[in-house]
Design a protein around this ligand. Sequence first.
Ligand code: ADE
Length: 249
Amino acid sequence: MKFSVLTLFPEMIHQTLSYSILGRAIGNGVLTVDAVDIRDFAGNKHNRVDDYPYGGGCGMVMQPQPVFDAFSSLSIRPGTKVIYLTPQGKPFCQKMAEEFAKEEELVLLCGHYEGIDERVLEEIVTDEVSLGDFVLTGGELAAIAVIDAVGRLVPGVLGKEESAEEESFAGNALEYPQYTRPPVFHGKEVPPVLLSGHHQKIAQWRRMQSLIRTYHKRPDLYAKIELTAKEKQNMEEYIKDLHQTKEEE
Ligand code: ADE
């Protein structure tokens, strides 16, 4: 899969994605990341790409021409999604990452300063995506997060050991707690079931832990989980016990 990033800071993209799993996938060609420097398309001797906003106000606005020319320099197929990273966009989520991972190619547009001239956005952008309700200094960190979350879903990016199948948000449940050696740390033991070698019991325990965690940490996600009759019963018992314990305290 290919990601083309339109940015004022191409090094930030390449550097950050050069580590670990994504770095390996880029190294072996499963993923391609092409960062295009919008400044190369400034078209003036001072390499300026921003100007004062019409109508006044503070900050600078990225001019439309360099952004359009940087975009036009890409050789992309018609229909390729062009994602503008902005706090005004649709909140990014796992489902969106799964949809994007089906594409062969994505273009990510990173803004800076007070934003990008609206006219070029109207012309080239197909999707607006936000990382959350906060303001970053530029779109690069958001683009990197999107590339990471989408890229790891592309077949061949994760190794067998790093499988994406059983993890947070698969079916809306959060992941169960994990333990490794030593068996006792600061006086705390690893839950004995995990040392039992009983695969079915371990799987049941992990599923219950997932449900319990989601119930406490993300009630909004818990409400969307499709529980089996047995799981529903187990959770009802857990919640009843919880209230009883609270009353006794
Ligand atoms: N650019 C600036 N803030 C952002 C955010 N929260 N999400 C995506 N892109 C952004």
